[in-house]
Design a protein around this ligand. Structure first.
Ligand code: HEC
Ligand code: HEC
Length: 217
């Protein structure tokens, strides 16, 4: 497996030496070639306006290493499934799972590269998965979270479509990132944002929500 990844990335390195002399490992070269046309990796400074956002079809990935769980990322890159149900986040009208697929070797190299892109705004190891009645009540009733996000309960998927689906969020998202995001939406998504609820909830409420979302299957 390791050998294969090394061979694949060496091949990729040879292919891109002409255009990417600063090559420093498999994943970043593959990313420049296959992914950078649709995703920013250089921080919020690059994405200040709607026009910047429209220039890239995919979400920003400059904090991918803080946002995603490594195992999920490696698997998803080989077999991507829609996360955002609305067509404006998709490559085609229906978002039928049309994201480019990576080989196992490329996915491993890309995952190592993306997991290295972390954000200093995310405190690691703070939030542990936990479902409390308070958090369930905030998510479903006190705040309009479920009006924009799908979740699954006993096999039934319900909820709004304008935000990313949170079905399986416990396996996909790092709860420490979810907490940081809820407290400071604009630092992570300067344009394609959701409403800022950080004034409407206490830090404890937001910790509880992040811990609750980490239980989503
Ligand atoms: C033609 C544009 C395009 C290309 C090329 C592309 N992506 Fe994407 N990517 C998207 C879109 C659109 C989404 C959002 C899909 C969704 O939410 O259903 C996405 C989502 C993602 C996500 C999940 C992001 C999140 O915040 O949920 C990751 C990770 C990702 N892409 C990595 C890659 C990698 C690695 C490559 C190169 C192998 C790549 N993408 C190539 C358009 C693209
Ligand atoms: C008006 C619609 C709306 C409401 C209400 C809303 N969100 Fe969001 N949410 C969004 C949008 C839009 C995004 C980011 C879209 C993107 O990345 O393309 C988002 C992103 C997220 C993400 C990151 C998901 C990911 O995969 O990137 C989480 C977690 C989240 N919201 C939780 C919540 C919680 C908790 C609440 C309630 C306190 C809430 N949202 C209320 C629209 C909403």
């Amino acid at each position: 497996m390791k050998l294969l990844a090394v061979t694949v990335s060496l091949g990729a390195a040879l292919l891109v030496t002409m255009t990417a002399p600063s090559y420093a490992g498999g994943g970043d070269a593959i990313f420049k070639k296959n992914c950078a046309s649709c995703h920013y990796t250089d921080g919020p400074a690059k994405e200040k306006t709607i026009a910047d956002q429209l220039a890239k079809k995919g979400p920003e990935l400059f904090y991918a290493g803080s946002k995603f769980q490594k195992g999920w990322l490696a698997a998803w890159l080989q077999d991507p499934k829609p996360i955002r149900p609305m067509k404006y986040n998709s490559l085609t009208e229906k978002n039928a799972g049309d994201h480019p697929k990576s080989s196992a070797g490329d996915a491993a190299a890309l995952t190592d590269y993306l997991m290295g892109l972390t954000s200093a705004k995310v405190a690691a190891g703070k939030i542990k998965a936990k479902s409390t009645p308070q958090a369930r009540n905030i998510f479903a009733k006190k705040m309009p979270c479920s009006g924009c996000h799908q979740t699954e309960s006993k096999g039934d998927v319900s909820g709004g479509l304008s935000g990313p689906s949170l079905v399986g969020a416990g396996k996909r998202l790092n709860p420490d990132w979810v907490y940081a995001y809820l407290t400071d939406v604009k630092s992570f998504k300067p344009v394609r944002d959701m409403p800022d609820f950080s004034k409407a909830m206490s830090p404890k409420d937001m910790e509880g929500l992040a811990a609750y979302i980490a239980t989503f299957e």
